[in-house]
Design a protein around this ligand. Structure first.
Ligand code: FES
Length: 115
């Protein structure tokens, strides 16, 4: 078992080795958007992983993400929790563009009200 923390929700769970980050997120009720349902086709499940207890990038990830070595950028549907090595994992999910726009608008209104 390995501890996996999803950011920005800051939700931590225990995950078995061999399970994809997408499945770990779903079992923890953390939302990661997908369209291809885990077939490495939509690239919507991109996450940034910090920590070494994760499988090496698959050929599909290297091809789709244009990476040669692990940069921490992974497809949650392909990256699996590793059984050995490394420490706890921190998985950062990019903010949904719509949520980001709403958050910026609310922040702007709040800033305007201060003056
Ligand atoms: S779910 Fe589509 S690429 Fe991962």
């Amino acid at each position: 078992m390995r501890r996996v923390t999803f950011m920005p929700d800051n939700r931590t769970t225990e995950a078995k080795s061999g399970v994809t980050l997408l499945d770990v997120a779903r079992s923890s009720r953390v939302s990661i958007r997908t369209r291809c349902e885990g077939k490495a086709g939509c690239l919507m499940c991109k996450v940034q992983v910090t920590g070494e207890g994760i499988s090496a990038p698959t050929a599909a990830e290297r091809q789709k993400l244009g990476i040669e070595a692990s940069t921490g950028l992974r497809l949650a549907c392909q990256a699996k929790v590793a059984s050995s090595g490394g420490c706890d994992l921190i998985v950062t999910i990019p903010e949904d563009p719509l949520k980001a726009a709403v958050r910026r608008q609310l922040q702007q209104q709040e800033d305007d009200n201060l003056w």
